[in-house]
Design a protein around this ligand. Structure first.
Ligand code: WT7
Length: 658
């Protein structure tokens, strides 16, 4: 049975609990109707909930496919996350409640965070970082990561956060693509009890990053001097974070660094994400529209209140961390739990222990994690008091109905609404989602567009499909949309706004979806050559390039295959250069090679050696057939193949591999 058929059979529906609806931000108003009447006016209203230095008078300038929002206004993102809270009752409220994997803990109030960010902004000034300069951030999940991002925003520098699990080469390429001037890293991070030597990895990248003038290094574990992961410090280039902060604090002046007045359309950050070519795209987000989108969705999708303790388990290296650990929750003045490590360290109840310890009320995680919890069993959440939870969220990949039901029952105690939120790095903020006090949910459906967002299901010719399966499209611009791809506006136009001929106003996210009779969307996943492995986006071409970079490999084709926990797993089909023989060792070596080149998240699960790859007569690799083989299905149509025998022998080998 196909995914579509399974979903078509899902007919359970959960109306919002009346007590939840009565207390929600949405109570007493119909924001769907308001927004539908005049989406631009709705977004302008949301934008006015931010604090502007110079208020905007223009809302949307739309010259498809380029949009500008609130373009004559000025504001500062860090001032919206901090300054406006420290003059009021939130001044002494916990902003960040942090826990490191080894068990170290820190709480920063809004005032603490305000002070640290100001000091760090002064550090940036002293290192000559100016408005518009790019700064790379390669840090573990520690409070300094938030301070670094907000410090950049304060001085108007553009941050480019690179996930700490990415390899030195991936870091190098991202630094070079946007010519970052400064790198902020740490001596180490922790993952499943292991030390991740970030500075050492960074040093390998820094051998080939001519634009970097300075490196700031956070000492994650004071007292670790002399151990194996302790980094070298290059005189003149590398600086300890704590020394710079100490100097800024004792410079004889006020600690306050006034926030830079940024135009709404000035860049806030770049975040790299995988696409269908080998080269990741630098997604560009600007200030006013982005902050509007994340603040509005945080308020209404998570129904965030001052009393809440909110925890998003993502890493700051992904967009979820940017929008829903840093900018959205802090803009609305929330208390956010930030946790550094793995869910099963030292034991499989770590997340539930954290929920109990801090009294988490809103919990946002990914389906791949939920499926792992399911597999581990209900005893782990049952050990802890989860009764404070009132709302659950899901993001990153389609959530299968069984995982949804398990989450609802065993984590949410049957009482918490679940918001399944569909969005992307490019959309900046949540696009399709229930509103927890308003929308009835169905397990497996992200339900309907957020107010002010317009979606449609289209066929390949751009004809609307009211009910059934098709291509997802966003049909109106929205404030937090990407503005371009760094250094490659043509690719922006080609990738996102050229799917339907003559319609540069239609955004194509790369996902397929189904729409049911109630107009609910059921996201089916990517329809391009992009994989979603455990909620991480990986381009097949990136993995293929990493494989052919190995001296033994002549040609490689990579496909995703269904995986019980990860959603998708990576299967690679490889042909070898003459003189190289298939072997178990070579298979392991190739898997490691990919992990080294890209990062552990891209390590293929399966590698199959083959004398040849199935190609059409015009030389295109037939991925569809490879997927059939990897997933053990009967072969589809092979009549267009140049040599149908290749597939039959591949299938045979795949079934017999150990
Ligand atoms: C892709 C975007 C958005 C933050 C995390 C991933 C898939 C995301 C859902 C969801 C089904 C989802 C899509 C999308 N996706 N959320 N709720 N249901 N699929 O951001 O790395 O930019 O990946 O993740 O395929 O295109 P990203």
């Amino acid at each position: 049975m196909s995914d579509l058929d399974v979903l078509l059979q899902e007919d359970r529906s959960f109306p919002p609990p009346p007590q939840f609806s009565a207390q929600a931000h949405t109570a007493g108003a119909d924001i769907y109707r308001d927004a539908a009447r005049d989406p631009d006016a709705f977004w302008a209203r949301m934008a006015r909930e931010l604090t502007w230095i110079e208020p905007f008078t223009r809302v949307l300038d739309w010259k498809p496919p380029h949009a500008q929002w609130f373009a004559d206004g000025t504001l500062n993102a860090s001032a919206n996350c901090l300054d406006r809270h420290v003059d009021g009752p939130r001044r002494n409220k916990a902003a960040i409640v942090w826990e490191g994997e080894p068990g170290d803990r820190r709480t920063l109030t809004y005032w603490d965070l305000y002070r640290e960010v100001n000091l760090f902004a002064k550090v940036l000034d002293r290192l000559g970082v100016k408005k518009g300069d790019r700064v790379a951030i390669y840090l573990p999940m520690i409070p300094e990561a938030v301070v670094a991002m907000l410090g950049c925003a304060r001085v108007g520098a553009v941050h480019s956060v690179v996930f700490g699990g990415f390899s030195p080469e991936s870091l190098r390429d991202r630094i070079n693509d946007s010519r970052c001037k400064l790198l902020i890293t740490a001596d180490r991070g922790y993952r499943r009890g292991q030390v991740v030597p970030l500075k050492r990895n960074a040093d390998r990248a820094l051998e080939e990053t001519p634009s970097i003038e300075n490196v700031i290094v956070v000492r994650r574990r004071p007292g670790a001097e002399g151990d194996l992961a302790f980094p070298e410090i290059v005189e003149g280039r590398d600086h300890w974070w704590h020394r710079l902060m100490h100097d800024a604090e004792h410079d004889g002046e006020s600690f306050v660094r006034e926030p830079e007045a940024m135009n709404a359309e000035d860049l806030l950050y770049i975040l790299y994400t995988s696409g269908t070519t080998g080269k990741p795209k630098g997604i560009v987000h600007t200030t006013g529209g982005y902050m509007t989108g994340v603040a509005a969705t945080t308020k209404y999708v998570f129904d965030l209140k001052d009393e809440d303790v909110y925890w998003c388990t993502a890493d700051i290296g992904w967009v979820t961390g940017h929008s829903y650990i840093v900018y959205g929750p802090l803009a609305v003045g929330a208390t956010c739990v930030v946790y550094e490590g793995a869910p099963d360290w030292p034991d499989k109840d770590r997340f539930w222990q954290i929920c109990e310890r801090y009294g988490v009320t809103i919990f946002y995680t990914a389906p791949t994690a939920i499926r792992a919890f399911m597999k581990w069993g209900t005893e782990f959440p049952a050990r802890r008091d989860l009764s404070r939870l009132r709302l659950l969220g899901s993001v990153g990949e389609p959530i299968n109905p069984e995982a949804w039901m398990w989450y609802h029952e065993h984590i949410g105690g049957g009482r918490c609404p679940i918001v399944d939120t569909w969005w992307q790095t490019e959309t900046g903020a949540i696009m399709i989602t229930p509103l927890p006090g308003v929308t009835a949910t169905k397990p497996g459906s992200a339900t309907v567009p957020f107010p002010g967002v317009s979606a449609a299901l289209l066929d390949s010719l751009g004809k609307e499909i009211p009910e059934g399966g098709g291509l997802l499209a966003l049909t109106r611009p929205w404030p937090s949309m990407l503005r371009t791809i760094w250094g490659d506006d043509d690719r922006y136009v080609q990738t996102y706004f050229s799917k339907w001929e003559g319609r540069p106003d239609l955004y194509f996210p790369g996902d397929g979806a189904k729409r049911d009779a109630d107009g609910y969307y059921w996201i089916l996943g990517r329809v391009d050559d992009v994989l979603n492995v455990a909620g991480h986006r990986i381009g097949t071409m990136e993995v293929e390039s990493a494989l052919v970079d190995h001296p033994a490999v002549a040609e490689a084709a990579v496909v995703g295959k269904v995986h019980e926990l990860k959603g998708q797993a990576i299967a690679a089909f490889v042909t070898l250069r003459s003189g190289h023989q298939p072997s178990g060792e070579l298979r392991d070596e190739l898997r490691e090679h990919v992990a080294e080149k890209i990062g552990a998240i891209a390590r293929p699960d399966d590698i199959l050696f083959s004398a040849d790859l199935p190609k059409t007569r015009s030389g295109k690799i037939m991925r569809r057939l490879l997927r059939d083989i990897a997933e053990g299905r009967a072969l589809g149509d092979t009549t267009t193949l140049a040599d149908p025998g290749v597939v039959a022998s591949l299938k045979e080998q795949y079934e017999h591999q150990e």
